[in-house]
Design a protein around this ligand. Sequence first.
Ligand SMILES: [Fe+2]
Ligand SMILES: [Fe+2]
Length: 173
Amino acid sequence: MLSKKLEKALNEQIRIEAESSQVYLSMASWAEVKGLEGVAGFMYGHSDEERMHMLKLVKYVNERGGHAHISDLKAPKTDFGTFKEMFQELYDHEIFVSQSINDLVHVTLEEKDYATHNFLQWYVAEQLEEEALARTVLDKINLIGNDKGGLYLFDRDIQQLTVESAASDTAGE
Ligand SMILES: [Fe+2]
Ligand SMILES: [Fe+2]
């Protein structure tokens, strides 16, 4: 059985993952409207992943005798300024999520819930990969600057970038 404190913290993470999914969905739609199909596809895919992160938590909480709460969500922005600003925001958002996962892991130790501690290790590893991916993309976009041709190529190449490929890039450094 989950402690009330841990159940509350897990429910908070469920909301954060759901909001992340909404943020990336909004980025996808914005990029699509701006004509960058590759970036849009990348963001739609990322949005799906965040929903999967949320679902995994929902099922875990319910399996452990808690009640996963599906709450209202903060509406994401609909305009992201420039592509560079949008990818900076994606990176900052992943750092924020990593911090919240760390805080959650800390609660499992306080509550001496080692099963949940173990369960959350998947999220710890996932955040490392997502941070690496966000950093890779941000580095690329910073190289391009305001070059239109560069952005065109970037839009084509980003479709090959996934969490797994960024992780192996990082492992090879
Ligand atoms: Fe996530
Ligand atoms: Fe993420």
